[in-house]
Design a protein around this ligand. Structure first.
Ligand code: ZN
Length: 275
């Protein structure tokens, strides 16, 4: 069984076929999905949890977990109401992670200083609720600016918690991956691992220890080859897992088994998957 460690199941792009999409994932061998709770704005942070509650317990559908967090672009909107909402959500048993949160200096949807301050504020809440974090980190092209700032912040504000987290849709270099592991993070690969231009990323993926990796879709975005450009969905996490297996020189089944183990270890979950 595979675990899709990052999918936006609350996306309006699944409005017409969410249940069928989840059934296809189960058919494809996906035993669990972490539904990301950022919505399309912070007021929708709870939607991932709602989807968990709607579908959990139904046979033929992966076990669903949820996160809640404020995407870097929305850090200017952080206020007491949003923080209170996040605190309440993170206390729910299904909401196992805080995210995705982090720094995006590529789109720079919010001033960098606002993003950094917002991130630190979110880290405090995640720490209080003892929830690992899901990090989005995107530097300007050909720079390491966002990574440098991120790792510095995590060193001070996150390492002491010992909670770790996931570097979602990892796109950094080998050194940044190594520093992430040292901070107690897992490195999660998305569909872009399969893209022709991603050779540097594949070189990193080939060198990481198997107990440090995860796979994800980031659905509905970033569909892996041969579905690139289409609406992505959790069933297709299998393509990324196959690519990772080739790079690591192991069977796809082993990638499924180690990534599931890694996920369950990080979140302190039992070995069971599926409903
Ligand atoms: Zn995402």
């Amino acid at each position: 069984m595979l675990i899709d460690s990052h999918a936006h199941l609350d996306s309006p792009r699944y409005a017409d076929d969410r249940e069928l999409m989840l059934r296809r994932a189960w058919e494809a061998g996906v035993g669990a999905v972490l539904a990301i709770g950022i919505g399309e704005e912070p007021a929708q942070m709870h939607q991932a949890l709602e989807i968990c509650r709607q579908f959990n317990g139904q046979p033929g559908i992966p076990k669903l977990y949820a996160s809640a967090g404020v995407y870097p672009h929305y850090t200017p909107e952080i206020d007491d109401t949003i923080l209170a909402k996040l605190e309440v959500l993170l206390a729910e048993p299904e909401v196992i992670a805080c995210g995705e949160i982090g720094l995006d200096y590529y789109h720079e949807g919010a001033p960098r200083e606002t993003q950094r301050k917002g991130l630190i504020c979110l880290l405090e809440i995640a720490a209080a609720r003892k929830r690992p974090i899901l990090i989005h980190c995107r530097p300007k092209d050909n720079t390491s600016d966002a990574w440098d700032d991120l790792l510095e912040i995590l060193e001070v504000h996150w390492r002491p918690t010992g909670l770790g987290g996931i570097m979602h849709c990892f796109g950094g270099n080998y050194e940044q991956a190594g520093r992430s592991l040292d901070l107690g993070f897992l490195v999660s690969f998305a569909g872009n691992l399969t893209y022709p231009k991603a050779q540097p990323l594949r070189d990193v993926a080939a060198r990481l220890p198997l107990d440090a990796v995860l796979v994800e879709t980031d659905a509905p975005w970033l569909a892996p080859a041969p579905y690139r450009g289409k609406r992505n969905e959790p069933a297709w996490v299998a393509r990324t897992a196959e690519t990772l297996a080739e790079l690591q020189g192991v069977e796809a089944q082993e990638i499924a088994s180690v990534t599931t183990k890694n996920f369950n270890r990080l979140f302190d979950l039992g070995p069971d998957v599926g409903n």
